[in-house]
Design a protein around this ligand. Structure first.
Ligand SMILES: Nc1ncnc2c1ncn2[C@@H]1O[C@H](COP(=O)(O)OP(=O)(O)O)[C@@H](O)[C@H]1O
Ligand SMILES: [Mg+2]
Length: 230
């Protein structure tokens, strides 16, 4: 019963891809792994799950847990969660998120929780992703880009975790850029020097990332997955 919260410097940084890769890789190592996406937004799609992130996470792991446990809150608008609640005139059931988290935690050896956006993404005016991580009382893994501009985001994310008292298990550097092409700009040693957070791995640009087997293979090869399960 161990859990990690996969957050990132931003949206689109690779949280879902890396969570799916980590979960798939842990599963191959014989771990009973669970996944959770507490809040998702977006238009419902044709994957059989409301959230495309949930579909990707389930595809990598073959997890059979019910969707209402994996994804207790789905807001059907492709906006930030707080904006979605305002536009849809809905509220987010935060106690439900913690209840489902506790259930999933008790059901698996390791639970990987994918956040939404970054550490200070608001869920309500006064409740941010950082509050969710703090409430779950689990370690964070921060996915960061390698492109210029991300040092700023990474340092800020680490600093906010420190302010909240959230322990960071490590950084995963995702070497692709916003154009979806390979990027190698900031060095891992600079990120480590500035944050003092261990670098769990650096993922290269993966051309056929939609091939789940390939994604798992890359994550297994480039991230120290075994250090997360011991
Ligand atoms: N290492 C990579 N190589 C190539 N494409 C990537 C890589 N990591 C992520 N992507 C692509 O970037 C997009 C955003 O990734 P995703 O994992 O959905 O990010 P997030 O969950 O943080 O929003 C997706 O289209 C994904 O296929
Ligand atoms: Mg995602």
């Amino acid at each position: 019963m161990k859990a990690y919260f996969i957050t990132g410097t931003d949206t689109g940084v690779g949280k879902t891809s890396i969570t799916a890769g980590l979960a798939g890789s842990m599963r191959k190592l014989g771990i009973d792994v669970g996944i959770m996406k507490p809040i998702a937004t977006g238009y419902p799609n044709k994957t059989g799950f409301k959230s495309s992130d949930v579909a990707k996470l389930v595809e990598a792991t073959f997890i059979k847990d019910p969707e209402n446990l994996i994804n207790p809150v789905f807001l059907p608008l492709p906006t930030s969660p707080y904006d979605a609640t305002k536009l849809l005139e809905l509220s987010v059931d935060i106690p439900l998120i913690f209840d489902q988290f506790k259930k999933l935690l008790s059901m698996h050896q390791i639970l990987l929780v994918e956040g939404i956006g970054g550490i200070m993404t608001p869920i309500t005016k006064n409740f941010f992703i950082a509050d969710m991580i703090k409430g779950m009382d689990i370690e964070a893994i921060i996915v960061t880009r390698a492109t210029i501009g991300t040092l700023n985001h990474t340092v800020m994310t680490c600093k906010m975790c420190k302010d909240y008292g959230i322990k960071i298990r490590g950084l995963v550097i995702n070497n692709f850029d916003e154009k979806g092409t390979p990027a190698e700009k900031n060095s891992p040693s600079t990120l480590y020097e500035l944050t003092n957070v261990p670098i769990l791995g650096t993922i290269p640009f993966i051309k056929d990332l939609n091939n789940t087997e390939k994604l798992i293979e890359y994550v297994d090869k480039y991230v120290s997955v075994r250090s997360l399960i011991s």
